[in-house]
Design a protein around this ligand. Sequence first.
Ligand code: MN
Ligand code: MN
Length: 293
Amino acid sequence: MKKASLLLLPALLWLTACDQPAVEPTPVTTSAGARVAAAPTRDDHLALGNPSGATASSVFPTNYLLVKPQYSGSYHQAKGTANWVSWHLSQAWLGSTNRQDNFRPDASLPAGWYRVTPADYVGSGFDRGHLCPSGDRTGTAGDNSATFLMTNMVPQAPNNNQRIWEQLESYCRSLAKAGNELYIVAGPSGSGGSGSNGGTTRTLASGKVTVPASVWKVVVVLPVGSGDPGRVSPSTRVIAVRMPNTQSVSTRGWEYYRTSVDELERLTGYDFLSRVPVSVQAVVEARVDGQSL
Ligand code: MN
Ligand code: MN
């Protein structure tokens, strides 16, 4: 035991010298039995899986893998939106960079594909709604800018985007600041939303952008640590929501829209948490989060 403590001393001194997060991270126990503080890191966005088996090949225009340092996703060329975007959230991604607001086409899409522009949404009654939020990428201007690519946007009813969707985003950041790390996947479903112009709208920009009927999100919450796919257990908190893409969602909190991952898997045809053992998926995906806020 004494030997182990001496071996850990340099590591402890190093940790003390580093910038420490404002919130005490969850202590982890090493194999030697000593407790050291786990520092939040920036982890693989797809550590828990690639829900639709997307690949970075232009021969798959309906399930094209987008890989960026700040998030990963699957893009649907004909819909003009992502199928889903997935990102890791911990305090290691959070800083003090201001919102860059530089909405722009994604030049990384294969040559010849239509690149959705910010103007395609203007006057539509729908917000350019982030999947990976601006507020989750505030470490550097470059990180924040990446969230303003149009491949990270879906046409979202303002009351959805600015109220319940935003409330859940803020809640997720509060969990990260409390010593957790999160794996989040979000995307659109169906077509036909109702924005601030009223009525039902199926597409924008002469059919180039599909307006979803609902938006959904899966959030896996783990205490900060490493080896994340192997740490998801039957007791791990998993939050799943599905919110209608309409203006009438304003009076309810995001928690009203909780559902199960199984329900979202049926809706989308994707397999979430595919790198988590099937026996664990079976438990956490069937449960509807009921934790009080
Ligand atoms: Mn981790
Ligand atoms: Mn699954």
